[in-house]
Design a protein around this ligand. Structure first.
Ligand SMILES: Nc1ncnc2c1ncn2[C@@H]1O[C@H](COP(=O)(O)OP(=O)(O)OP(=O)(O)O)[C@@H](O)[C@H]1O
Length: 482
């Protein structure tokens, strides 16, 4: 037991000693730590100072740096600023000029509007004067045209005084019945609005008609037809030949119409054109613009609408907007005619061909509209055949042609005499041409003359017919204007 106590006392002593040693060590370390702290403070403080100084230095560097950059920027901006200020002053100057120009444009616009008004008024006045002149010349006019002899030269029985472009004399030399006296000469003198000799060019002839064509654009119905025996030059006058100088009335009229419409477009006019081409043969109608199968050719009837417009059922009415399109249609019509011609010899001489151009014009800005038809007709040969010489089909044809041509004469004289009843419906031709022949139209008839001496009788008949027409004065035409 005592041994155990001694052991414990020994252990206590040694543990106590160890604790003492540990305490010493701890104190030592604590004091070392304080020293180290002091030392650290001593040594680190300048560094901290240095550090904060460095911060300031950096800021200063940055500041200095910004200052430099600012300076650089300022330097680099300077030319831009200079440029900007130059541009600003230019802009101010340009703005001033713009204001002046705008003012100038405004006053120019006013002038243009005023000039447009004047132009429109001038155009309307031109129309009025042009059409007054046409009316004074007569709303039905007759031009005579003598075809050249096939081998050139002059025919003896036709005399055209050089000083007078309105007279034609047919001279017939007759032998004395008794044989005792010399030959006698009988003169038939006719006067027309104009007589064209064999040397007259297509251009010369057209110049006279062009005034009427202009009327069609002004809202007047215009009808131009060629009358005369077969081979007298009707087709040459109306259609002419392909080459430029030989072009006839139809292509020239079409050209004039489209050119004039183009000019009027600058004054606010818009036109729409519709073309049709029909043949009247033996009092039946045939569409010359038909392109379908021959076996499916439709029948046609002339109809009159409530507003007195004449139309043909099942007919091709082609909208056209330029000269070439119309020329294409004319070529198609000729092709159609020649197909029928091959089937029936000389058929084109025995049929009437009617080309119609419906014209509708509108000037939206001025609230003016006009509507008219230009009708160009190549009539069937007017020769009279002896009944004994014509039989069957020929007799039927002859009756149809003579019927429609003489009815044309009757209609024109009924119009001239202001008769209450005008027999338009007596033939397809006059029924179709009703609106172009009536009071509201201008009509021009060509009487074509064959110069050969053996055509004397036919020539005399043609001139007599034309003379009757020439005596007619159709009532004053008025434009279809709204
Ligand atoms: N003024 C003219 N100048 C030159 N040649 C012409 C003139 N008039 C007609 N001819 C020629 O005379 C011939 C007969 O003319 P065209 O065919 O025009 O007669 P037409 O009266 O229309 O006959 P048809 O009734 O048979 O149709 C044609 O060869 C045509 O080229």
């Amino acid at each position: 037991m005592q041994g155990k106590v001694r052991n414990y006392q020994t252990k206590f002593k040694s543990v106590n000693q160890e604790n003492e040693a540990l305490r010493d060590t701890m104190v030592q370390r604590q004091s070392k730590m304080v020293e180290m702290e002091k030392e650290l403070k001593k040594t680190c403080s300048p560094e901290i100072h240095q550090l904060s100084f460095n911060n300031l230095k950096t800021e200063n560097v940055i500041f200095r740096c910004s200052k430099r950059q600012y300076f650089d920027l300022f330097v680099s901006l300077f030319p831009h600023q200079m440029k900007l200020s130059v541009q600003e002053s230019t802009l101010a100057r340009v703005q001033g000029t713009l204001r002046d120009t705008e003012e100038e444009v405004r006053s120019l616009k006013e002038t243009v509007a005023q000039q447009e008004d004047e132009l429109h008024a001038g155009e309307m006045e031109r129309r009025r004067l042009h059409n007054t002149i046409q009316e004074l010349k007569g709303n039905i006019r007759v031009f005579c045209r003598v075809r050249p002899l096939v081998d050139g030269g002059l025919s003896k029985h036709i005399q055209l005084p050089a000083s007078d472009v309105k007279t034609i004399t047919l001279a017939k030399t007759e032998e004395s019945h008794t044989g005792k006296t010399a030959e006698t000469q009988k003169n038939y003198i006719f006067s027309f609005d104009r007589v064209f000799g064999p040397m007259a060019s297509q251009q010369e002839v057209f110049e006279e008609i062009s005034l009427l064509v202009q009327s069609a654009l002004d809202g007047y119905n215009v009808c131009c037809f060629a009358y005369g025996q077969t081979g007298s030059g009707k087709t040459y006058t109306m259609e002419g030949a392909e080459y430029d100088q030989a072009r006839g009335v139809i292509p020239r009229a079409v050209q004039q119409i489209f050119r004039a419409a183009e000019k009027l477009a600058t004054q606010g006019w818009e036109f729409t054109f519709t073309a049709s081409f029909v043949e009247i043969y033996n009092e039946s109608l045939r569409d010359l613009l038909y392109t379908g199968k021959a076996s499916k050719r439709p029948e046609h009837e002339i109809r009159k609408s409530t507003n007195n417009e004449v139309t043909i059922t099942n007919l091709t009415y082609e909208k056209v907007s330029n000269e070439d399109q119309v020329l294409g249609l004319i070529a198609l019509a000729n092709q159609n005619r020649s197909t029928a011609q091959t089937a029936q010899n000389d058929r084109s001489s025995r049929s009437h061909s009617v080309f119609q151009l419906d014209i509708e014009g509108v000037n939206v800005g001025r609230d003016v509209k006009c509507k008219s038809t230009l009708c160009l007709v190549d009539l069937a040969g007017s020769e009279r055949m002896l009944k004994s010489q014509s039989q069957g089909e020929r007799f039927k044809e002859m009756t149809a042609i003579n019927g429609s041509l003489s009815n044309l004469g009757i209609v024109i004289s009924a119009l001239a005499n202001k008769e209450s009843y005008v027999p338009y419906r007596n033939s397809k031709l006059t029924y179709l041409l009703q609106s172009c022949l009536g009071g509201n139209s201008k009509t021009l008839m060509f009487v074509n003359i064959a110069p050969e001496s053996d055509s004397f009788g036919e020539t005399l008949n043609s001139l007599r017919f034309a003379s009757k027409v020439n005596d007619c004065v159709i009532g004053t035409a008025s434009a279809n204007r709204k």
